[in-house]
Each structure stands twice: as C-alpha cells, then as structure tokens.
Design a binder for this molecule. Structure first.
Ligand SMILES: Cc1ncc(COP(=O)(O)O)c(C=O)c1O
Length: 195
C-alpha cells in the first residue's frame, strides 16, 4: 500500500538537486536519532553504495581542507564491506578480492580485534586494547596519507561466512582517539546494530 501511495505521487526520484517530502521526513527522523552534531543525511541504495559514499566523502573532505595527499584507507584484517570496487578494496577477504586485485586500490590493513583469537584468560577488553596498539602505530606512521579508517562495528570481522564480534572498545576507542581519521558513519549499519 505504501509503495502504491508513493508511486501515485512520484514515479521516480534521484536525489540529485532534487528532494521530496518523504525523503525530508526520513532525514529529519534520522537526525533526531543520531548523536548531536550529525545533521546531514546522504541516502544510498544499499550497504556497498553507502561504503562508496563514505570513502568518497572522506577523500573529498581532505581535498577541501587543502590536504590532497590524504587518500589512503585503513581497514581491519578479515573485514567485509561489500562487493562494489571501493567496498571490495577496503575489505580483506581474499576469497572475494583475489580475482579483482588489478582493479582495486591499495589499502593499509591492520590486525583486527577479533576476540575469538584472544589468549586464554584474556578478557575481550584486554585483547581489544592490545590489538589497538597496531591501529595507533599505523595511524602515527601514515598520518600524512590516511584519509579514513573504515570500521563497521556490527561485523568488523567477517570472514568466509563467519561473523565474529570485537569488543566495542576497539571501534569506540579508535574513534575517540583518532576522530580525524574516521569517515562518515553509515546509517544502515547503525540500524543493523540496533536491529
Ligand atoms: C558488514 C557489511 N558491510 C557491507 C555489506 C554490503 O551490503 P550490501 O549487500 O547491501 O551491498 C555487507 C553485506 O552483507 C556487510 O555484511
């Protein structure tokens, strides 16, 4: 019924210099849900497209502030971010990437806080903090070329059909300590986290 109602008002809309009532209402509702200071919405069709948008925004931000050398993305080992070329490049699952290697941009990969791999007796938080040292060292070494770190907290470690969880410590801490390296948050994955 909703789809039919929508079609009777507008046949097709692309958000290129155009908007409409439903889009505005959704954006206003989303802005009420996210942390203060996030006041803009950019809609994308699916997860991979949302990753492409976040990569492009991060890259573009640094150009706009006069730092065009900051073009590299940092990703976690075993992470998965989708199948389009940018999303595939910032993912780290060889099974999906190998064939398309020549088409993909280079990224910087750091060990993940995959808590499945923690030592016996080590807590999730301790392991994540220990693994975070790799991220800190990488960001310090590549500060002049890093555009953003890509982390999807709900499945930062996703390999061969197995999704494992990290302690929330890692993504939160990474964002707290190095906020300038973080790209735009992706609404659909925020939804997935709460859903
Ligand atoms: C963590 C993660 N990121 C991105 C994607 C890509 O989303 P989509 O399939 O909507 O392009 C997926 C898809 O499974 C995913 O699990």
């Amino acid at each position: 019924m909703c789809i039919r109602d929508g079609l009777e008002q507008l046949e097709h809309v692309i958000f290129a210099g155009f908007t409409h009532e439903v889009g505005i209402r959704l954006a206003e509702q989303l802005v009420r849900l996210v942390p203060p200071g996030l006041s803009r919405c950019f809609f994308a069709d699916n997860g991979s497209a949302a990753v492409e948008v976040a990569l492009k925004m991060s890259f573009h931000y640094w150009r706009n502030v006069g730092k065009p050398r900051k073009t590299k993305f940092v990703t976690l080992a075993n992470s998965y971010h989708g199948e389009t070329l940018g999303a595939l490049a910032v993912g780290n699952v060889d099974l999906y990437k190998a064939t398309y290697g020549p088409l993909l941009m280079d990224v910087i990969t750091v060990p993940s806080p995959d808590c499945y791999l923690r030592e016996p007796g080590e807590s999730w938080s301790e392991y994540s903090t220990r693994q975070f040292a790799h991220m800190e060292a990488t960001l310090a070494a590549h500060a002049d070329e890093v555009a953003a770190v890509i982390v999807e907290p709900s499945s930062a470690v996703h390999s061969h059909g197995v999704s494992r969880r990290s302690a929330v410590t890692s993504p939160r801490r990474a964002k707290r300590d190095q906020p300038e390296h973080f790209g735009a948050p992706r609404g659909d994955k925020l939804a997935r986290l709460t859903g």
